[in-house]
Structure formats: structure tokens, C-alpha cells
Design a protein around this ligand. Structure first.
Ligand SMILES: *Cc1c(COP(=O)(O)O)cnc(C)c1O
Length: 422
């Protein structure tokens, strides 16, 4: 059993120095930079360890008690425990913890509940929806009809009079509430009312906000949605994966759609990591974490507004901020590159009704899950806003960007990131 007592990654170093080197480089990068990509996070060491275990050696097609292979005694117990943790934490009747990631999870939901050619009504991608909410290049837009809703042209908020109007027109089979670049509260109750009025299912895709939901820092979709999908690796702070949660009446259809409908053997090593993450998410510390994510996002938004940045919807209710750079005379891509050079990582993004093209949009999307995992609080958000301002007013000035990068690196030392081995 010596391998178990090896120092971190020692076997990778011995076997494959090339891969080892890149992992180390990435660790340094994650340690020394301020990571503001709102879909990313730092998992705990416990989550990472559980994910990298002998469970990766298993084949377990099927579900606990109904497998197609022998030798499942440990895996059956494991997957049942993880399902039960999801059910308790989210207050749902059924949980499928096998989806490989968020995109296949959404595909499975449509496959379970819709006939090909029926209509999906999600938030349009350029306004913050996800590809898998029916966007044309996604399989979800090929096999189903897409009739999206938009945010309001003036406020950039989801306006429920408009959502209702679109729903009455489109008569969708499913309405999707959720997104990737919408900085405000998702009002699931109102989505639920509209879905019931038009005879549609409501899918709450809480991939981004699941950690906020379990912390009580965002309204709960469960009473209003037929199905709730979440990735496990964003604010929920688990390994890369996803879960589908639903009312008991849909359990069989959902399970069949995941396996054998779309997937083969589940990644039980990932499921173990999800189990550890759910265990962590049930603690008072995680509850505080979820609330601090939002407090930090609000503080960061406030500080950016004071520095003359335009924010879509004027701020945030969640972990996410969408900056409109139109008035700053710098485009999203240039901004994101300059920030990365300065040790601050965000991503360029379209803004609603963007006049620029998707490959070079006017927006910058940032968020606070990762910095909050490092224990940063409101005063640190003000420091980050100042560095962002400095970098973005000096996008062509290598020396200025270098200076910020140095300061950022020194600053990061005081906030050790969970899970890192260096
Ligand atoms: C991230 C995300 C997904 C997809 O997750 P992947 O794991 O990247 O496939 C789906 N829906 C929403 C709203 C997301 O934010």
C-alpha cells in the first residue's frame, strides 16, 4: 500500500513528468491568480482525493440494486448514499447522480420528457441562457424546436409579462429557468405559474447557483419545478459532474433517459467526489460560504460602479457580474486578456442586445465563488476592483500589467486556496 503514502502526485511525477509538469504549472496558476470565472471554483482536498480513487476502476451500468455487473456491493452503497444526500440537501423526491456533466444532464431531461420536435423555451443564449437550452448549434436545438424568451431591452431583467406572452405563443412542452450570464435572482415561482398555465414542464437549471440555493442565499426552485438540474462543479464546489433531481412521478423516465438512454457506465469515482461535496455543502460553514459569495459579489459590483463601470442590470443578486465595457473603450476580449496578464482571470461574454459579434463581444463576465473559497471578503473585493480598474485603463501597458500581476501574486499568498498541493 505504499502508493497511498506517497507524497502528492509522486507517482505521476515518476511515470509521466510531462503531464506532471503541466499539472504543477496549473496549480501555480490557480494559486497565484485571482480567479473570477463564475463557473469555476476550488474543490476541497477531500473532494479531489475521493475523485482520484480505485472507484475509477469500476463498471457499474445500471442503478443500485439493478446493475448489469457483479461486484457492486460497495458501489451500490456509495451511490445510494450520494443519492440520499442530494435528496436531503435539496429536499427532492428523486436524485440521479450519474450524468457526466451539465450538458448531458439537460439532454437527458428533454429525452425523458419530450418527443422529438416538441418545443423548448429557454432564455436565449446571447442574453445569458445556456447552449443546451435549445440554441441552434446544440443537439438540443437540432432535435427539438426552440422558441426562446429574452430579457427586457431596457432593464435587462427577465420580465414575466414578456415570458408569459412568449409562452402563450410558443406553447412549449418545457420551459427552462436558469442561465450562465444572468446576474439577478431567478424567480422560479413565477416561471412555475406560467409553465402550469401553458401546460409545460418547468426545468430549473441551477448549474451556476446550486451552492447559493443550498445555502439559502437564492430562492429554492424545488417547490416550483418538475425537474431540477445542476452541475456539481460550480458554486456547489464538487468534482465535474451533474445531477438531475425530480418529483417521484418523473423518476423512472429520468433514470431511463440517463441510462441506457444516453450514457453507459457511471463514473463512480466522480460520484464519490460528489458525495463528499454534498457532505460539505450540508455544513453551517458552507451556508456561510454561500452567503459570503453573494456579499462579495455585491461588494465587488459596488466598487466597480464607483469606478465608473457599467454593470448589466446595475448590479447583482448572485455570484455573477456582467460588465458592459462599451463606455470603457475596450472590448471584452482585450479586457479579458489584459486582466489575465495582470493575474485576474475572467471571461469575455456577450451582453444583452450586444452590437458586437459573439467572438468579440462587449461584455466581461466575472464572479466570486473562487475568491470566496479562498476566504476573501468585502475589503478584498474593493482591492480587486482597484486592480481591475488599473489593468483595464492600461490594457496596452505591459509594465502596468506586470506591476498588478506582482501585487496580485503577493496578495494571493495570504489567502490559501482549498485543495491545492503546492
Ligand atoms: C455550466 C452549465 C451547463 C453545462 O454544464 P457542463 O458541465 O459544462 O456541460 C448547463 N446549464 C447551465 C445553466 C450551466 O451554467
Amino acid at each position: 500500500m505504499t502508493a497511498l503514502h506517497d507524497p502528492y502526485l509522486a507517482a505521476v511525477e515518476r511515470t509521466d513528468p510531462e503531464i506532471f509538469g503541466l499539472i504543477q504549472e496549473e496549480e501555480r496558476y490557480q494559486r497565484d491568480s485571482i480567479r473570477l470565472i463564475p463557473s469555476e471554483n476550488y474543490t476541497s482536498r477531500a473532494v479531489m482525493e475521493a475523485t482520484g480513487t480505485v472507484l475509477a476502476n469500476k463498471y457499474s451500468e445500471g442503478y443500485p440494486g439493478k446493475r448489469y455487473y457483479e461486484g457492486q456491493r460497495n458501489v451500490d452503497l456509495l451511490e445510494t448514499i450520494v443519492q440520499d444526500r442530494a435528496k436531503v440537501l435539496f429536499g427532492v423526491q428523486h436524485a440521479n447522480v450519474q450524468p457526466y456533466s451539465g450538458s448531458p444532464a439537460n439532454l437527458a431531461v428533454y429525452f425523458a420528457l419530450l418527443q422529438p420536435g416538441e418545443t423548448i423555451m429557454g432564455l436565449t443564449l446571447p442574453h445569458g441562457g445556456h447552449l443546451t437550452h435549445g440554441w441552434a448549434v446544440s443537439a438540443t436545438g437540432r432535435f427539438w424546436k426552440s422558441h426562446p424568451y429574452e430579457v427586457d431591452r431596457e432593464t435587462h431583467l427577465i420580465d414575466f409579462d414578456q415570458v408569459r406572452k412568449v409562452a402563450l405563443e410558443a406553447r412549449p412542452r418545457i420551459i427552462v429557468a436558469g442561465g450562465t450570464a444572468y446576474p439577478r435572482t431567478y424567480h422560479f415561482e413565477q416561471f412555475g405559474e406560467i409553465a402550469r398555465e401553458v401546460g409545460a414542464y418547468l426545468l430549473a437549471d441551477i448549474s451556476h447557483i446550486a451552492g447559493l440555493v443550498v445555502a439559502g442565499a437564492h430562492p429554492d426552485p424545488v417547490p416550483h419545478a418538475d425537474v431540477v438540474v445542476t452541475t456539481t462543479h460550480k458554486t456547489l464546489r464538487g468534482p465535474r459532474g451533474a445531477m438531475i433531481m425530480c418529483k417521484a412521478e418523473h423518476a423512472e423516465a429520468i433514470d431511463k433517459a440517463v441510462f441506457p438512454g444516453l450514457q453507459g457506465g457511471p463514473h463512480e469515482n466522480t460520484i464519490a467526489g460528489i458525495g463528499v461535496a454534498l457532505h460539505e455543502a450540508a455544513t453551517p460553514e458552507f451556508r456561510a460560504y454561500g452567503h459570503q459569495i453573494v456579499a462579495n459579489a455585491k461588494a465587488l459590483a459596488e466598487a466597480l460602479l464607483e469606478r465608473g463601470f457599467d454593470l448589466i442590470t446595475g448590479g447583482t443578486d448572485t455570484h455573477l457580474i456582467l460588465i458592459d465595457l462599451t463606455g470603457k473603450k475596450v472590448i471584452g476580449k482585450t479586457a479579458a486578456q489584459a486582466l489575465d496578464r495582470a493575474g485576474i482571470v475572467g471571461n469575455y461574454n456577450t451582453i444583452p442586445f450586444d452590437t458586437r459579434r459573439p467572438f468579440s463581444p462587449s461584455g466581461l463576465r466575472i464572479g466570486t465563488p473562487s475568491v470566496t473559497s479562498r476566504g476573501m471578503k468585502e475589503p478584498e473585493m474593493r482591492r480587486i476592483a482597484a486592480w481591475m480598474d488599473e489593468a483595464l485603463t492600461n490594457v496596452k501597458d505591459e509594465a502596468a500589467l506586470d506591476r498588478v500581476a506582482h501585487e496580485v501574486r503577493d496578495f494571493c499568498v495570504a489567502f490559501p486556496a482549498p485543495g491545492l498541493g503546492v
